[in-house]
Design a protein around this ligand. Structure first.
Ligand SMILES: Nc1ncnc2c1ncn2[C@@H]1O[C@H](COP(=O)(O)OP(=O)(O)O)[C@@H](O)[C@H]1O
Ligand SMILES: [Mg+2]
Length: 259
């Protein structure tokens, strides 16, 4: 990609700063609206590019061009002022679930696996001294039980409400995927902690299980583990409080497991 040429076409208007990326409105050489997304540090850049290229605009933002060395993508421009948070929570969860189902497919080789993630979590959670022991033990038990036999579907762990933007081609399109090869029942937790207070964790989970036709016990188990792992990684503040709420509500009764 010729960055100098693109720099000349930068539009007035502020760049958007996300958690990792900076996104600047630009015009393509034929005058079309686009977004230049620069992501200097994220460990997800390569897998994100691979995934968006694979999806090819079908339910997700289209990649027009990229420069892997500079960690830049030229993306279709969506409406950054309107994401799925603007939709009532139950409808928003249902739309998010429909998109997850549409974007699910067998994972290509080379992606990080949930088996490896579960191994990492097993070590990290076993060492933790802050989260209540019975929750850590339950989460470690699930990682040991489900990690080794996890499926190899392409699954997005970061499809929260702010990562689904309104578009022209389709009402809603996914941006910013962080993907693993794993169970389809993984990656739901972000849709629970994203709207806590508007609906109970169990209600949102039930909507997603229904819309995506998921194994209910597995979805509950992975979502519980995800909440415990986030609590361990962010033991203070809002995340800790929200993840504690989710973990306590979703702690599986032992007989549920038995996959
Ligand atoms: N294609 C796009 N069109 C319009 N706005 C976008 C686009 N991609 C990203 N944005 C805006 O930039 C923000 C940050 O981009 P994102 O890809 O989500 O990076 P981060 O990893 O920092 O969250 C988004 O929340 C959204 O507001
Ligand atoms: Mg984002």
């Amino acid at each position: 990609m010729d960055l100098q040429e693109l720099a000349a076409s930068v539009e007035h208007g502020p760049a958007i700063t996300g958690n990792n990326a900076t996104v600047q409105p630009v015009r393509t050489s034929d005058g079309g609206a686009a977004m230049l997304r620069i992501d200097p540090k994220s460990e997800f850049f390569a897998s994100e590019l691979l995934t968006l290229t694979l999806w090819d605009g079908d339910g997700a933002v289209q990649v027009y061009d990229h420069d892997a060395a500079d960690r830049v993508m030229l993306l279709e421009r969506l409406d950054h002022t309107r994401n799925l948070e603007s939709v009532p929570v139950e409808e928003g969860a249902a739309i998010a679930g429909q998109l997850r189902s549409r974007l699910s497919r067998p994972a290509s080789d080379g992606l990080r696996t949930m088996e490896a993630l579960a191994e990492r979590w097993t070590e990290e959670l076993a060492r933790d001294q802050i989260v209540p022991r019975h929750l850590l033990d339950a989460a470690v038990g699930i990682c040991r039980e489900l990690g080794p036999g996890a499926n190899r579907f392409l699954v997005n762990s970061d499809q929260h409400y702010q990562n689904v933007l309104a578009g022209d081609r389709e009402p809603w399109l996914v941006i910013d995927p962080h993907v693993f090869a794993g169970d389809r029942e993984f990656g739901l937790a972000t849709l629970l902690w994203g709207r806590l207070g508007e609906a109970t964790p169990q209600r949102i989970l039930d909507i997603l299980i229904d819309v995506e036709d998921l194994d209910a016990a597995k979805a509950q188990a992975w979502t519980f583990v995800d909440a415990v792992a986030k609590w361990v990684s962010q033991p203070q503040g809002r995340w800790a409080k929200d993840c504690a709420t989710i973990a306590h509500e979703l702690l599986p009764a032992r007989p549920i497991l038995g996959f």
